[in-house]
Ligand binder design. Structure first.
Ligand code: SF4
Length: 213
């Protein structure tokens, strides 16, 4: 079986999908920062429902800092782990006010210093808001697809990100996240992957072609 190249994977994904820079709804950098934080262990669909109301109530870092904690928790409750998320939102808002004039910083180093913000969130913000490519955002879809397609043998987001950064051209680092998420949602799902319908079925090392589960 001829091994799939990264170039072939990207080319086929680009033919199939035209995803936005983020599946989360946002207007300002702060919106996207908060929405991405809320999306941990939650679907983008749910986050977009929650932020519709949240973004009307809170527009600035001051708004997030000053909103009573219980009101913020109630607003984001359905995203799960709402107590921790509310705490992080208020802590990071305080830092934005103190250190960044209330604005979202535009470097990986500054972003990952904020409570609740890891490399994945930072990479998404940098790409979607600032058009900067400083990493590959690795979420559960990206992890699963990278492993199944044979792009990484590792199992932690940090190591998978490093593997992907080595083999993916830098100009595609940002796009890779939403392309793989698109394929992960449509075809290579976690529980019932549809290998028979997959463009990679002939070459994918994890193909169950002819034996779909
Ligand atoms: S062939 Fe199957 S395992 Fe491989 S990418 Fe396609 S759906 Fe996923």
């Amino acid at each position: 079986m001829k091994q799939l190249t990264m170039h072939e994977i990207l080319e086929k994904l680009e033919e199939l999908y035209d995803p936005p820079k983020s599946f989360l709804d946002w207007n300002t950098p702060l919106d996207l920062l908060v929405a991405t934080l809320l999306s941990a262990q939650c679907t983008d669909l749910r986050v977009n429902i929650v932020t519709k109301k949240l973004f009307k109530r809170c527009r600035t870092a001051q708004d997030y800092r000053d909103i009573p904690r219980d009101e913020l928790e109630a607003l984001i409750h359905s995203c799960g782990t709402y107590r921790v998320k509310a705490k992080h939102i208020q802590e990071l808002s305080q830092i934005l006010i103190e250190k960044h004039q209330g604005k979202v910083p535009d470097t990986m180093e500054e972003l990952i210093e904020l409570p609740g913000i890891g490399r994945k969130t930072a990479a998404i913000i940098l790409y979607a808001v600032f058009d900067k490519l400083e990493g590959v955002a690795v979420d559960t879809h990206v992890m699963r697809l990278a492993q199944r397609l044979g792009l990484s043998k590792n199992s932690t987001p940090e190591k998978i990100e490093k593997d992907l950064m080595k083999i993916v051209p830098k100009e595609q680092w940002g796009r890779l996240n939403t392309l793989l998420i698109s394929h992960g949602r449509a075809v290579c799902t976690a529980r019932k992957r549809k290998c028979g319908n997959c463009v990679f079925k002939e070459q994918c090392p994890s193909s169950l072609c002819g034996n779909d589960t």
